[in-house]
Design a protein around this ligand. Structure first.
Ligand code: ADP
Ligand code: MG
Length: 648
C-alpha cells in the first residue's frame, strides 16, 4: 500500500498509549522508576519491590501510601489523568515527582498490569486491569491492606520491536537496581526492600538520625565512600539556596561517573549546568581522567526550577542558572580547599580530650564527615573562591624557620631555587638523623604539651626515609608525608596566589588574529571584554560576526588561542561564566610547580622538613598533590598497637 493513499484516522487509545510509552518506558528500570515515584508521591513510608527475571517477567511494587478511591481506579490507568496538578499554576511550583499523568497508562499499554489499592477510610480494596484495544478498565473487589500494589507482568509482550531492545536478565536488573538506589538516596526516611528472584538484594531501614542517614549512604554507595567523604551543608540566605550532602575526597576519585548523585528538590537529575559546576570545583585536585564521587542535595524554591523539560524529568531548567552554578561551584570549591591537615588533626585531638568525634578513618589524609561538620560556616561568612583563608590558622606558638609564603611569582621561583640550595647544605645534616635528632623532636613535642601549647597538627619531623617520605611524630602517633607531592601542592598554590595578585602580563600578537563568530558570540565577547582584559586578552568586535584579538597573556602565547576563545565564549553563553583561561594558566603553573618541587631522593634537614610540615598546615588543598594523589597519612598509636598486637 502506498502511504499517500491511506486516510487519516484517530489512533485507538491503546495505540496512542503505546506510542507515548516509547518516551517513558524504555526498559524494566523505567517501570520501577515510575512506580516508585508514584508510591513516594502517595506518602508511602514502606516500599517493597519484587522482581523476576530482571523485571522482564514480573515487577511487583507494594506500598503503604494513601491509596486510590474505588471510583478513581479506572482513571488512574487512563492517559492525562493525574491527582497532582489541576491548573497551569500548579505546574510552576510542582513538588510531586509525577504530574504528567501518563505513566500508568503507558505501562499498562505494553504489559499485563494489575492495580490494587485501598484507602485508609475504605472498607475494602479494589482492583483494576485493562483489556483490549480501547483499554476498557475492569474493576473488581480484592483483598489488600491500606496502600497500593502494582503488578506488571510480561513487559513488552505485545510490542516485539521493543522487547528486542531488552538485554540480559543481569543487565536489566543492574539498571533497575540503580533506579532503586537513586530513589533510596533521595528519601532516606522511607524503608525499601528489593528482592530479585526471591532473594533479598537490598533491605534499607528508614533513617531518623544523621547517623542512620550515613548508614543508608554507606549501604547504597559502599562504606569506602562515606569513610572518605566530606559532609557539607551550606545555605545562601539571600537566594534561598541550600546545598548539603557528601562529596568524596579528591583522593577517592573513580574511573567512571558511576558514583555521582545530584538531587534537586528530591529529584535525581543529570544536568549539564550542575555537572559543569561540580567538575569545576574538583578541577585541579583530580587525577587526569578521574571522576569525583558525590551525593548532593540542592534545595530551592520550586518556582525557580522547571522540571517539565523532558518526559523522564532527568533534566531541569533553572530560572537563575548562573546563580545556581555559582553557588554550587563556590560551595564545593571551598570545601575542597579546606582539605588541610589542620582541620583533620585538630578535631582528632578533640576526641582525645574525651570529645565525641570519631577517629579519623585510617590511612586517609583528611577528614571524616563529622569533623567537617564542625568546620562548616554559613555562606555569608565564608570567604568564597580566590585565595582567602590560607594562613589563617597556623599552629600557634610555633616559629617556622622556613621562609613565609612568597607573595610574588618571582619570589615563588626564588623559593623553589632556595629549596635546591638548601639540599646542598642539608646533605649529611638531615636524612635519617641520628638518635639525637629524634629525642630532640620528642622533647619539642613534650615541651609544647607541657606548656599547654597546641602542638602543630602534623607534629615534628623525625627522619627522612629513602629520600622520599618524611616521618613525623604528632600527638596521635606517626605522620607519613610524601615530600615531593606535598611540596608540589605548596608551590602550586603559591604560584596561583601570586598569579592572582599580580597583573597578568600580556604580549601583542605579531599578526592580529581575526575570528569569524556568531552574532551571539560577538555580543558575549563585547559584554565580557573586561573579563578578557583582566586575564590578559585584548579583543574587540570588528563587525556583526567577527572579532579581532590583538594581545594575549604571555603564558598562553604559544597555545591555540582561537580554540581557547571559542571554548570560553561557548562556556560563557551556556553557563554564564568560564574558567577555561584560568584552568589553562593553572595547568601551566601546575607543570612548573611539578618541575620546581623538591624531587624524591634528595635529603632534607630536620628544620627543612619541619618547615614543609608547617607550610602544609597553612596551604589550601594540601591533602592532595596537583594530580590528586594523597600527600600525607596518619598512623595513630592505636593503629600501631594493633600492628603489633599490643593490648592497651
Ligand atoms: P502521575 O504520577 O503523573 O500523576 P501516573 O500515571 O503515574 O501519573 O499515575 C496516575 C495517578 O494514579 C496519580 O496521579 C495518582 O493519583 C494515582 N496513583 C498512582 N500510583 C499510586 C500509588 N502507588 N498510590 C496512590 N495513588 C497512586
Ligand atoms: Mg507517576
Amino acid at each position: 500500500m502506498h502511504l499517500s493513499m491511506s486516510r487519516i484516522q484517530l489512533l485507538s487509545p491503546r495505540l496512542a498509549n503505546q506510542i507515548a510509552a516509547g518516551e517513558v518506558v524504555e526498559r524494566p528500570a523505567s517501570v520501577v522508576k515510575e512506580l516508585l515515584e508514584n508510591s513516594l508521591d502517595a506518602g508511602a513510608t514502606q516500599i517493597e519491590i519484587d522482581v523476576e527475571q530482571g523485571g522482564m517477567k514480573l515487577i511487583r511494587l507494594r506500598d503503604n501510601g494513601g491509596g486510590i478511591e474505588e471510583q478513581d481506579l479506572p482513571l488512574a490507568l487512563s492517559r492525562h489523568a493525574t491527582s497532582k496538578i489541576l491548573v497551569l499554576e500548579d505546574l510552576e511550583a510542582v513538588n510531586s515527582l509525577g504530574f504528567r499523568g501518563e505513566a500508568l497508562a503507558s505501562i499498562s499499554s505494553v504489559s499485563r498490569l494489575t492495580l490494587t489499592s485501598r484507602r485508609s477510610d475504605a472498607p475494602s480494596a479494589w482492583q483494576v486491569q485493562t483489556e483490549g484495544r480501547d483499554m476498557e478498565p475492569v474493576v473488581s473487589p480484592a483483598a489488600h491492606p491500606q496502600g497500593t500494589c502494582v503488578e506488571v507482568r510480561d513487559l513488552f509482550f505485545n510490542t516485539p520491536a521493543r522487547r528486542k531492545f531488552m538485554r540480559t536478565e543481569q543487565t536489566e536488573f543492574k539498571h533497575l537496581e540503580e533506579v532503586v538506589k537513586r530513589l533510596a538516596l533521595s528519601r532516606s526516611d522511607v524503608s525499601f526492600v528489593l528482592r530479585h528472584n526471591g532473594r533479598v538484594i537490598h533491605q534499607l531501614r528508614p533513617a531518623r538520625t544523621e547517623q542512620d542517614h550515613e548508614r543508608r549512604i554507606s549501604s547504597v554507595c559502599g562504606p569506602a565512600f562515606i569513610d572518605q567523604a566530606l559532609s557539607l551543608d551550606m545555605c545562601a540566605e539571600a537566594s534561598g539556596l541550600r546545598l548539603w550532602g557528601w562529596m568524596g575526597l579528591p583522593t577517592f576519585s573513580r574511573s567512571q561517573t558511576d558514583l555521582q548523585y545530584f538531587f534537586v528538590n528530591g529529584r535525581i537529575i543529570r544536568d549539564k549546568l550542575v555537572a559543569h559546576a561540580v567538575r569545576q570545583a574538583y578541577q585541579d585536585v583530580l587525577f587526569h581522567g578521574r571522576h569525583p564521587a558525590f551525593v548532593l542535595y540542592l534545595e530551592l524554591d520550586p518556582r525557580l526550577v522547571d522540571v517539565n523539560v523532558h518526559p523522564t524529568k532527568h533534566e531541569v531548567r533553572f530560572r537563575e542558572g548562573r546563580l545556581v552554578h555559582d553557588f554550587i561551584f563556590r560551595t564545593l570549591h571551598r570545601v575542597i580547599a579546606d582539605v588541610r591537615p589542620e582541620a583533620a588533626v585538630s578535631s582528632a585531638a578533640a576526641s582525645l580530650d574525651g570529645g565525641q568525634a570519631a577517629d579519623p578513618a585510617p590511612g586517609i589524609p583528611g577528614i571524616n564527615a563529622q569533623q567537617f561538620e564542625q568546620g562548616r560556616m554559613p555562606l555569608a561568612q565564608a570567604p568564597l573562591g580566590g585565595s582567602a583563608a590560607a594562613g589563617s590558622s597556623s599552629g600557634s606558638g610555633f616559629q617556622s624557620d622556613y621562609s613565609p609564603a612568597a607573595t610574588s611569582l618571582g619570589a615563588v621561583r626564588d623559593q623553589i631555587n632556595g629549596y635546591g640550595a638548601l639540599h646542598v647544605s642539608a646533605n649529611g645534616a638531615g636524612g635519617l638523623g641520628g638518635p639525637g635528632a629524634n629525642s630532640a623532636q620528642d622533647a619539642a613535642l613534650a615541651a609544647a604539651q607541657a606548656q599547654g601549647e597546641v602542638a602543630p597538627p602534623l607534629g615534628y619531623a623525625l627522619a627522612h626515609l629513602h629520600g622520599i617520605y618524611i616521618l613525623a611524630q604528632n600527638e596521635q602517633g606517626l605522620v607519613l608525608v610524601d615530600m615531593h607531592a606535598a611540596h608540589e601542592r605548596i608551590v602550586y598554590e603559591r604560584m596561583k596566589q601570586a598569579y592572582e595578585t599580580e597583573v597578568v602580563r600580556s604580549q601583542p600578537l605579531l599578526v592580529p588574529l581575526s575570528m569569524a563568530v556568531s552574532q551571539n558570540e560577538a555580543d558575549c565577547a563585547e559584554e565580557q571584554a573586561a573579563v578578557f582584559q583582566r586575564l590578559g586578552f585584548e579583543l574587540s568586535r570588528m563587525g556583526e560576526e567577527s572579532l579581532v584579538v590583538r594581545q594575549v597573556p604571555v603564558s598562553l602565547a604559544r597555545g591555540n588561542i582561537e580554540q581557547l576563545i571559542r571554548d570560553v565564549l561557548s562556556d560563557m553563553l551556556t553557563y554564564g561564566q568560564s574558567q577555561r583561561i584560568e584552568n589553562h594558566i593553572n595547568e601551566l603553573l601546575g607543570t612548573m610547580a611539578c618541575h620546581g618541587a623538591v624531587r624524591a631522593n634528595r635529603q632534607l634537614s630536620v628544620p627543612e622538613m619541619n618547615g614543609l610540615l608547617r607550610d602544609m598546615e597553612i596551604t589550601e588543598r594540601s591533602g592532595q598533590c596537583n594530580h590528586g594523589r594523597p600527600t600525607w597519612t596518619q598512623l595513630s598509636l592505636n593503629e600501631l598497637d594493633k600492628l603489633f598486637m599490643r593490648g592497651r
